[in-house]
Design a protein around this ligand. Structure first.
Ligand code: GLA
Length: 397
C-alpha cells in the first residue's frame, strides 16, 4: 500500500512546529538556568563572584596600574599580619629598622638583624622592597655629626661617614631593594627658608644631598633613587620641593624619582592640588611614588600636643563616609596618573596600629588605613577597588 503523503503532511507539519516550539522552550530553560547559576550560591553557600573577590588583594585589583606596598615592622611580618600583607600587597618598606640610628647605631657597628629579617620576608614571598631612608635629620643615632671629643665633625669627615653608611647598607641589600629613599625631608618647614637647617645642612651645605645620591648610585647602579618628603602636594612646599628637584636634575645628579609621602587627611589635599603636584613633578621627567599613605580623620597638625578635655576619638559614620570619599578621590587621581606613578605604599598595615595613634596627640586613636582593628577590609577598601570589579575580573597572579 502506497502512503498517501498528502494525507500525512498536515500532521507532519504540526509535529514539526510543536518540536520547534519545544526546542525553543528547552533552550530558554537552559539559558535561564545558566544565568541563574552565575548569580546563585555555590554548594557551600558562597556567591561565586564573592569567591573571586575574596581571593584578590589590592595588588591584583591594581595590577595594571602600579605596585601596592605597605610599611612593615619586625612584628608585622608575623602571624595574621603577615598573611594579610602577602595577600594584599606586592611591596614592603621597613618602617624604621633601616634608618641610620637603628641600623648603624655607632660609628663602627651595624645592627642588621631586624632589617635582614624584613629583607628575607620580601625575598621568600616574592615582594618588592623599598629601602627607607639613607639620609634624614631624624633617627640618625647622633654619632655621625660628632667627633671623639663631642665636637662637630668637619664637612669632609661627615661625607666620609655618610659614604661608609650608604655603601654598607645599599650594598648589603643589592638585589632585594629596588628603590631607595636617599634623602628624606630636606626642605624646611619654614616657608621663608629653602633647605631645612639640619645638622647635615649646617655642616655640609647642600652638597650633602648631591653626595648622598652619588654615593647611592655608586653602591648600586641598578637601584632607583628617590627624594622623599611630606606636604609635597601643599602648593607652597611643593614649589620649594620642585625647585630642589629641578636643580638636581639640571646638575645631572643621579636621581630617578620623587616620593610623595602622602600623610593626608579627610580635610586635604584637594583634587586640584594633587593633580597639579603630579603634573609638576612628572614634568621634570621624574618617576613618582606615593611612599607613606594614610588618611587621618583629623586635620593636619605638626606639633605634638596633649589630648584636650572632651576631645573625641570616635570613628563616627560621618567621618567614615568622609574617609571613603577622600580615598576614592585619591585613587581615582592615582589611576589617571598611572603612567608616571609607579607605586603606592601605605604607612602601616591596619588600624590596629598606626603611628598616628600617638602623633601629634598621644592617646588619640586614629583610623587612617584600609583595614580595621580586626584586620577586616573597610568600606574605603571596597570603594577603591570598585573600578576593577566593574571593568573586569582578574585572578591573583
Ligand atoms: C616620616 C618618615 C617616616 C616615619 C614617619 C612617621 O614620614 O619619613 O620614616 O618616621 O615620618 O612614622
Amino acid at each position: 500500500m502506497a502512503w498517501n503523503l498528502d494525507y500525512w503532511k498536515p500532521l507532519n507539519e504540526n509535529i514539526m512546529v510543536k518540536l520547534e516550539f519545544l526546542k525553543k522552550i528547552a533552550f530558554l530553560i537552559l539559558c535561564v538556568s545558566v544565568l541563574i547559576g552565575c548569580k546563585s550560591k555555590s554548594e557551600n553557600g558562597v556567591n561565586l563572584s564573592e569567591i573571586n573577590k575574596s581571593e584578590m588583594g589590592l595588588k591584583d585589583y591594581y595590577s595594571d596600574c602600579f605596585i601596592m606596598g605597605v610599611a612593615v615592622a619586625p612584628n608585622s611580618i608575623k602571624g595574621k599580619s603577615a598573611e594579610l600583607i602577602k595577600k594584599e600587597f606586592n611591596s614592603i618598606t621597613p618602617e624604621n629598622v633601616m634608618k641610620m640610628g637603628p641600623i648603624h647605631p655607632e660609628k663602627n657597628s651595624f645592627y642588621w638583624k631586624d632589617a635582614d629579617a624584613i629583607a628575607e620576608f620580601a625575598k621568600a614571598n616574592d615582594l618588592k622592597m623599598r629601602g627607607h631612608a639613607l639620609v634624614w635629620h631624624q633617627q640618625t643615632g647622633g654619632w655621625i655629626f660628632n667627633d671623639e671629643t663631642g665636637g662637630e665633625v668637619s664637612k669632609e669627615e661627615l661625607l666620609i661617614r655618610m659614604k661608609t653608611h650608604i655603601d654598607s647598607v645599599v650594598s648589603r641589600y643589592k638585589g632585594t631593594i629596588y628603590a631607595w629613599d636617599v634623602v628624606n625631608e630636606a626642605i624646611s618647614d619654614d616657608s621663608t627658608e629653602f633647605l631645612r637647617n639640619s645638622e647635615w645642612y649646617d655642616i655640609a651645605g647642600e652638597d650633602f644631598i648631591v653626595k648622598a645620591f652619588e654615593y647611592a648610585r655608586e653602591a648600586n647602579p641598578d637601584a632607583k633613587l628617590y627624594y622623599n618628603d611630606y606636604n609635597a602636594v601643599n602648593p607652597e612646599k611643593r614649589d620649594r620641593i620642585y625647585k630642589l628637584l629641578k636643580m638636581l636634575v639640571e646638575k645631572n645628579v643621579p636621581i630617578d624619582g620623587v616620593g610623595i609621602q602622602g600623610h593626608w587627611s579627610i580635610f586635604g589635599p584637594t583634587e586640584e592640588e594633587l593633580r597639579k603636584a603630579l603634573d609638576m613633578y612628572s614634568s621634570l621627567g621624574l618617576d613618582i611614588q606615593i611612599t607613606e599613605l594614610d588618611v587621618s580623620i583629623y586635620p593636619w597638625e605638626k606639633e605634638n600636643r596633649e589630648l584636650k578635655p572632651g576631645e573625641s576619638d570616635e570613628f563616627t559614620p560621618e567621618l567614615e563616609q568622609k574617609q571613603i570619599e577622600a580615598y576614592d578621590m585619591f585613587f581615582r587621581v592615582f589611576r589617571d596618573y598611572k603612567d608616571v606613578l609607579t607605586s603606592v605604599t601605605f604607612w602601616n598595615v591596619t588600624d590596629q596600629y598606626s603611628w598616628l595613634d600617638t602623633y601629634p596627640v598621644a592617646g588619640r586613636k586614629n583610623y587612617p588605613l584600609l583595614f580595621d582593628e580586626d584586620f577586616n577590609r573597610k568600606k574605603a577598601y571596597e570603594k577603591i577597588v570598585e573600578f576593577s570589579i566593574q571593568t573586569e575580573t582578574k585572578f591573583p597572579k
